[in-house]
Design a protein around this ligand. Sequence first.
Ligand code: SF4
Length: 326
Amino acid sequence: MKDHKELLSVCDLRVQFAGKKSGIMGKAKPIPVVNGVTFSVMKGETLGLVGESGCGKTTLGRALIRLGQPSVTGKIRFEGREISTLSNRDFRSLRKEMQMIFQDPFGSLNPRLTVGQTLEEVLLVHHIARGTVANKRIEELLDVVGLSRDYRNRYPHEFSGGQRQRIGIARALAVNPKFIICDEPVSALDVSIQSQIINLLKDLQINMGLTYLFIAHDLSVVEYISDRVAVMYLGNIVEIAESTELYTNPEHPYTRALLSAIPNPEYGAKKERILLNGDLPGPLNMPSGCPFHPRCPQAMPACKERTPMLHDRQKNGHQVACLLFE
Ligand code: SF4
């Protein structure tokens, strides 16, 4: 249930990776992947984050919970507390509250541990339970994600993709998190299994009051699960709005192009497919002005010079970063 209180807020977040040195004396040029994003997530809501592969959405999600070793600047607040300045040691205790579900659960599960051992390890590492209490908790977790208790002695390779994702969800739930980053959790699954996992995530959200950042490139899936949706392009959020508003009244030319590609009569039949010029540029070739201008069908001369900022023109929470709306 959404209670309109902010759980997470991100202000001007920038993420860079170290580039390669050019020559022996050359300096490594940092690779900017997230370029100053600002957004918040309310308690109990699902914020969808969409964009082409390589737009920085996964890097953004990982940076929120300090996965990997990029350079991160900007402010991150969780439950009103500034967490971007916490030491790694202090941040570790907070990790229980913020969990991640990965696209490839098989890759993130230890093949040498049974499901029971995987869940028990999480409970032990976080000092949540051991012995008979841990056993009971493992059974509860398997029940909650719809897996038979008999499966606890099986290894990851003995499960289907959908079952492995349920194990990944159980592992995330083991620590009683408040916030879960779902990083393309159904992209690798068959369509019929996708809906089962999405419905499971929705049920868990209602029953446990969870808050999600749901990262995906499939706009239909994102629409189904999200309360609000943010569209990302080349490390920037270019549009953010309530889900229904964004899908029925997209303003940014990039969002319109993405929506026009959905093979869904509700949108596709009404809208002509908008084709974009070229491919997504690399982060080292960031265009001047509006980052989308080399591909934008509505680009104007000013778009090469001026960088548009997110702007809530109608004061209804629908923000768009495009000079057409300034
Ligand atoms: Fe297109 Fe210009 Fe708007 Fe950028 S600012 S999306 S280039 S119209």
